[in-house]
Design a protein around this ligand. Structure first.
Ligand code: FES
Length: 127
């Protein structure tokens, strides 16, 4: 029996995610959005970096918006409006032996510290 800490979960296969879309599939259970761009896939934590509320993904406006004090973030997770001083955080992401995506929300990567460049902060695809 494999022990997996509760912060780690399998999120299906990369091909299940559509390029250009923000998936809310894991938002309720894991508080994570999965974003697939043309060259990468990453896990954004649904925790506002102002005071910790849960933002909403507004597809029509292509942004995350926090209902508490109005902080807004781009699809990348970068803050551009409201009181929050910094971007959303990303969770650790990798592939399991069976090819499924594995995410660990306890290991976090912060853009303002240059950590989004870390190989564990995203999956890379040929563009
Ligand atoms: Fe999100 Fe304040 S907690 S804007």
């Amino acid at each position: 029996v494999l022990f997996e800490p509760p912060t780690t979960f399998k999120a299906g296969y990369p091909h299940e995610y559509i390029v250009g879309e923000v998936s809310e599939k894991w938002m309720k259970s894991q508080r994570v959005w999965i974003v697939r761009t043309d060259t990468s896939l990453y896990a954004l934590l649904g925790i506002c970096t102002h005071l910790g509320c849960t933002p909403n993904w507004l597809e029509a406006e292509s942004k995350f918006k926090c209902p508490c004090h109005g902080s807004g973030y781009t699809m990348d997770g970068v803050n551009f409006e409201g009181p929050t001083p910094r971007p959303l955080e990303r969770g650790k992401i990798g592939l399991a032996d069976d090819g499924q995506i594995v995410i660990d929300t306890a290991v976090r990567f912060r853009h303002e510290l240059g950590q989004w460049e870390d190989p564990d902060a995203f999956l890379k695809f040929a563009g």
